[in-house]
Ligand binder design. Structure first.
Ligand SMILES: CC(C)(COP(=O)(O)OP(=O)(O)OC[C@H]1O[C@@H](n2cnc3c(N)ncnc32)[C@H](O)[C@@H]1OP(=O)(O)O)[C@@H](O)C(=O)NCCC(=O)NCCS
Length: 311
């Protein structure tokens, strides 16, 4: 296996000196990595295989081939190669993305068990940088809700939730390559509803989507550690939304600061406040209560997004 890959990608390999005289190289993957990558996958337990491939057995030769030649379809693949003092060379991590029809890309990542705790963030940041250099502004991933490491990795990069799927429970998230908050994926065909809610789950999500709205969910502060609005800057999601549903309790300092930021930075974007149980609403026209049913949610969204409501 060559230490420096033969891929045509312009990603410049990075070398890091590690304790014990070892060297780590991050470089584009190539077909020559097939056996070494298979060996790394063989070191995973069933849970890891399931988290990475949604099936508890080793990936087929075809799947490994697709990961390694993502660049042939406009995507990108990187491997982390560890070289020991004795000259042994092995792959200890891989990450890649495939282009999506919506203009973004879908990523996958694996780190060998013995190298976790530091390599995942380093490898993912290298992929984000490579995507940014190719003008890809968002990277998406389907993640099992039980995969707390992967969710934490994406959360640290400010993810927003695009969708939830059941059986198994999977969440589709998106991160941006240009800053701490992603841009809206895809074109602006449907009215966009940005929901800010702790925990990233919103009871009106399915109904709003069924009514034709494009829904993105941000966990808001403090989960979104680098919330631009709270740092005194416009939020790319709120700026390009047709409506913001703010379910961060207005009784908290973060909730109040968020509402204030919307007023200052996102002028013209209607904000609908959803009050949590126990908080008295003011009876305003743009409010949802904790017991608002799907019909009330959709009616309010439609009223506030007119005339740009769903087709
Ligand atoms: C997901 C994966 C790539 C992450 O790489 P890693 O080197 O383990 O990353 P880290 O150790 O830095 O962990 C990532 C985050 O999870 C946190 N974390 C670690 N163990 C955790 C646990 N048991 N529960 C919750 N969070 C945890 C870390 O603190 C870190 O969060 P931080 O950035 O806020 O500090 C790696 O664990 C892996 O290969 N898993 C199996 C394959 C997989 O799940 N791939 C993703 C498919 S979409």
């Amino acid at each position: 296996m060559p230490l420096t890959g033969q891929s045509s990608s312009e990603f410049a390999p990075r070398r890091l000196a590690l304790p014990g005289g070892r060297t780590l190289t991050i470089r584009p993957s190539s077909r020559a990595d097939t056996d070494a990558l298979r060996q790394m996958y063989a070191s995973l337990d069933d849970d890891d295989l399931y988290r990475r491939f949604f099936q508890a057995h080793l990936p087929t030769a075809e799947t490994i081939g697709r990961i390694l030649n993502a660049d042939e379809r406009g995507g990108m693949g990187l491997v982390a190669v560890l070289e020991g003092l004795d000259g042994t060379v092995r792959i200890i991590g891989e990450t890649s993305y495939e282009l999506l029809p919506d203009g973004g890309a879908e990523l996958g990542i694996t780190v060998a068990p013995g190298s976790r705790g530091w390599l995942g963030p380093y490898l993912l940041d290298a992929l984000i940088e490579a995507a940014r250099a190719r003008n890809i502004t968002n990277l998406q991933a389907d993640i099992l809700v039980e995969n707390r490491r992967m969710l934490a990795l994406m959360r640290a990069r400010g993810y927003a939730t695009m969708n939830h799927f059941e059986g198994p429970s999977i969440v589709r998230v998106v991160i941006g390559t240009l800053g701490s908050t992603p841009p809206w994926p895809g074109t602006h065909r449907a009215a966009r509803v940005l929901v800010e809610t702790p925990g990233g789950r919103w009871h009106g999500e399915a109904a709003a989507r069924a009514a034709g709205f494009d829904v993105l969910i941000c966990s808001g502060p403090p989960t979104h550690r680098h919330c631009p609005a709270l740092a005194g800057q416009p939020c790319p999601l709120a700026s390009a939304a047709d409506i913001v549903v703010d379910a961060v309790s207005p009784d908290t300092s973060a909730g109040r600061a968020l509402l204030d930021a919307h007023r200052r930075f996102h002028v013209g974007v209607p904000v609908c406040v959803e009050f949590p149980p126990g908080v008295t609403t003011t009876g305003g026209q743009s409010e949802l209560g904790p017991n608002s049913d799907d019909t009330a949610v959709v009616a309010l969204l439609q009223r506030l997004t007119l005339p740009s409501g769903p087709p």
